[in-house]
Design a protein around this ligand. Structure first.
Ligand code: ZN
Length: 203
C-alpha cells in the first residue's frame, strides 16, 4: 500500500511555515513501514530533536483507479479516518534549505499514526467536518475540512493522474495550523467532531 501526504492544504498552516500557497496540490509519500499501528506508541527517533505532530483527516482508497475524474472520485473511498503525519522538523528544514527530498524527515518508523476505526463517509458532511488534536489534554490543533484548499475529490483526481491508486492506499489530506513539537511522555488524542479516534503516546 501507498501512503500519500498532502502538503500545504490549509492556508493558515502554509502561513505559519512561511511557505507559499501552492496552485496545485503538493504531495509526498511515506513507506508502509511508517504506519503506526493503533494503540502502539511512537518511539522518538534518535536522529531528530524536533519531532512535530500534524493532525490530518485520512482517506482510505477502496478500489483501483487511475486518471480519475473529480466528479467520479467519490466512488473511490467510503471511509474517513484520522492520523498524524509526524515530522522531524529539524531534518525537514535542512532538506528545504538544500532543495532535497523530505523522506528522511517524514518516512521514519511510526511517522504515520492512524486511527483504529474509520467512519462511513455517508454519515459525515465532508465539506464541513471539524477535527482536533489534544496534547496532554490541551487542544493544540483544530481544523475543518471547509478550509482545505483542495477537496478530497480534487486530491484523488490529482494523485491518480500520476500514480495508480490501489485499495488500502491512504491519503493524509494536510494539516491545519497549530503544529508543534512532541516530547517523550506526551499523550496525543485525535478527534473527528466529538468522536475520539486515536490515542498516541510518545516514548
Ligand atoms: Zn502533513
Amino acid at each position: 500500500m501507498k501512503i500519500f501526504c498532502i502538503g500545504r492544504n490549509y492556508a493558515d498552516h502554509a502561513k505559519e511555515m512561511n511557505s507559499p500557497i501552492p496552485e496545485t496540490p503538493m504531495f509526498f509519500m511515506k513507506p508502509d513501514t511508517s504506519l503506526l499501528r493503533p494503540g502502539t506508541p511512537l518511539f522518538y527517533p534518535s536522529f531528530s530533536n524536533d519531532v512535530h505532530y500534524e493532525c490530518e483527516i485520512v482517506v482510505r482508497i477502496n478500489r483501483v483507479g487511475k486518471k480519475i475524474a473529480e466528479k467520479f472520485a467519490h466512488k473511490y473511498y467510503d471511509e474517513i479516518g484520522l492520523g498524524i503525519d509526524f515530522t522531524a522538523r529539524d531534518l525537514q528544514a535542512k532538506c528545504k534549505e538544500k532543495g532535497h527530498p523530505w523522506e528522511i524527515a517524514k518516512g521514519f518508523e511510526g511517522s504515520a499514526a492512524i486511527s483504529g476505526e474509520y467512519i462511513d463517509k455517508s454519515t459525515l458532511n465532508l465539506d464541513d467536518l471539524s477535527f482536533s488534536l489534544l496534547q496532554n489534554g490541551k487542544i493544540v490543533q483544530s481544523g475543518n475540512t471547509k478550509d482545505m484548499m483542495f477537496s478530497i475529490n480534487r486530491l484523488i483526481s490529482y494523485l491518480s493522474g500520476f500514480m495508480t491508486l490501489k485499495k488500502g492506499d491512504l491519503i493524509y489530506t494536510g494539516t491545519p495550523s497549530g503544529v508543534g513539537p512532541v516530547q517523550i511522555g506526551d499523550e496525543l488524542i485525535g478527534k473527528i467532531e466529538d468522536r475520539e479516534m486515536f490515542t498516541v503516546r510518545i516514548k
